[in-house]
Write a protein that binds this ligand. Sequence first.
Ligand SMILES: NC(=O)CC[C@H](N)C(=O)O
Length: 276
Amino acid sequence: MANQELELTIGWLYPTLMSTYGDRGNVIVIERRAQWRGYSVRIQALDQNATAEDIKSVDVIVGGGAQDRQQEIVMRDLQGAKADAMREKLDSGTPGVFTCGSPQLLGHYYEPGLGKRIEGLGILDMVSVHPGDDVKRCIGNLVIEVTASRLAKELKEILGGATPYLVGFENHGGRTRVNTQGGKVEVLGKVIYGLGNNGEDGTEGAFYQNAIATYSHGPLLPKNPFVADWLIQTALRLKYQQPFALKPLEDKLAMKARETMFNRLKVDLATPAVGK
Ligand SMILES: NC(=O)CC[C@H](N)C(=O)O
């Protein structure tokens, strides 16, 4: 089959309510990097007007950050058949990238700084609590090493053997605790610079089936384009039931930007994939 006959549908969770922190860039990067390889791309908004069938129709899901108030509105909408469809998608391995406010909603619950606990979908075995406005928000650049085992291995392959470090920018009040003892979910990685899940245990994000949960805005994918390629490759493999090796793209500028950030933060990395 020619590439144009292969279509990738990106499901974008609540584009208007969950785009406070510029995570729309993740949607654009997946779209462009798939189109540059000749694949057709469709973007499906998964918002108040969407149905459970719309959720089931997507191949890769992007969820951005939001403020506490918006998260509450989203969770009032994401109930019943729509919640079941999300659960089914992530349980069965649909890849996705969920940033900050959206992973908080995929966990068991999120307790905002003010107001009542928001019950989450319980897909990720984790809980998030905002300790209140007297406690400092976690804001700043973030560098992590991906440690989630299968993801780390597959990203490393895409990077030609280099260690998968992710660069991003965090901005959250909520502190997340991931329960890795349950065996369902891994942390995404270990913090090299910044605060990550809670500023205490050195962990960042979560990884479940093919869902990446992270506190990294930036947005994440323009700063770490190889993760977009992993999402595209995984989505196509699942949809068409055959392996996909994506044509490499010229990423010099993006890799140079990473190098600049590593240098600026003075982080000492073993084998950073930079400048290629
Ligand atoms: N950046 C965000 O998505 C913020 C999420 C959440 N409202 C928090 O402060 O923890």
